[in-house]
Design a protein around this ligand. Structure first.
Ligand SMILES: C[S@@+](CC[C@H](N)C(=O)[O-])C[C@H]1O[C@@H](n2cnc3c(N)ncnc32)[C@H](O)[C@@H]1O
Length: 291
């Protein structure tokens, strides 16, 4: 049986969050610059996430770990002028881009708040829906975050969170991580380590956490979301510009060693080359529930 407690030690937590905030502040522009690729990659999964969260015109929606706000704009479109969406994130740098993107797209129903998703500062029972796209797995204590999301929802309100599934279904992440660790002379890591990319990919764990936070009607759907890029190098450019743990590990190496690691990754990722470009397998989990 999986365990509900996934927290790292208390003294590590603050340092971890500070590092995450700084990494996303630094990578904000890079993530935002890749919006069109991210949009294409997550199109189907994002639509399913908004459906499962029951987002309809006029709804009041909390978007946790909103990043540069790609899904926030989809929400703003769905809820229309009578609705409102509050986009929140730990990183002020990336959230400023969400605000800017919403303004440029002409939405007046988007607000932003810089806040830790594990310590949400919102009125209890004030939202019809909560979403969290590719953010919850970065929380060192996702259960604490889910408790806050549960409190934020009105009774009957819905939540849907998107995370990466298990390692076998996400071989690109495995290739990147194992190569980076080897070049850095570091031992292999538990892929389910709290706060890591695949931390919520262990089968059954997300459901268990949602139920422990008080959600009902909990269900997880796995969705194929392959990366379709012209070449493996395009995928690596995306990884280089986001705040991935790979980037953190290789960032500590001498430039020559880091370059050799990136070259080996490109070579190993070549296995996913097809007649129609590069297609990196990737699976996501959508976990939904109701207060
Ligand atoms: C992969 S990005 C996803 C952004 C956006 N949801 C999207 O799908 O485009 C992960 C985001 O999680 C945010 N994040 C990480 N830890 C967080 C935390 N404890 N509280 C709130 N946001 C957090 C990061 O700042 C970053 O913006």
């Amino acid at each position: 049986m999986t365990t509900v407690s996934t927290a790292i030690t208390a003294q590590d937590t603050q340092a971890f969050k500070t590092a995450v905030r700084e990494q996303w502040d630094r990578s904000a522009d890079g993530w935002n610059d890749h919006t069109s690729e991210i949009r294409a990659w997550l199109r189907q999964a994002s639509d399913a996430m908004l459906d499962m969260a029951g987002i309809v015109p006029g709804a009041s929606v909390l978007d946790v770990a909103a990043g540069a706000g790609d899904q926030t704009l989809d929400i703003a479109q769905r809820i229309g002028p009578q609705g409102r969406v509050l986009a929140t994130d730990l990183s002020p740098g990336i959230l400023a881009l969400a605000q800017k993107n919403a303004r440029q797209a002409g939405f007046n129903n988007v607000q932003t708040q810089v806040v830790d998703g594990e310590d949400l500062q919102v009125e209890p029972a004030s939202f019809d829906a909560v979403v969290c796209r590719l953010g919850l797995m970065f929380f060192p204590d996702p259960l604490q975050g889910l408790h806050g999301m549960h409190r934020a929802l009105r009774p009957g309100g819905r939540i849907c969170a998107m995370v990466f599934s298990r390692p076998e279904r996400n071989p690109c992440i495995g290739i990147l991580m194992s190569t980076a660790l080897r070049y850095a002379g570091l031992p292999a890591r538990d892929p389910f380590q709290p706060g890591g990319l695949l931390s919520l990919g262990k089968p059954g764990l997300a459901d268990e956490l949602f139920r422990a936070a008080g959600f009902q009607n909990v269900a997880t759907t796995a969705l194929d979301a392959p990366f379709r890029m012209p070449t493996a190098n395009h995928y690596l450019n995306f990884i280089r510009s986001s705040a991935s743990p790979i980037q953190q590990i290789l960032g500590r190496l001498a430039p020559d060693a880091a370059a050799a690691a990136w070259a080996e990754m490109e070579d190993r990722l070549g296995v996913f080359k097809t007649a129609n470009g590069w297609v990196g397998p990737n699976e996501l989990l959508l976990t939904a529930g109701q207060r």
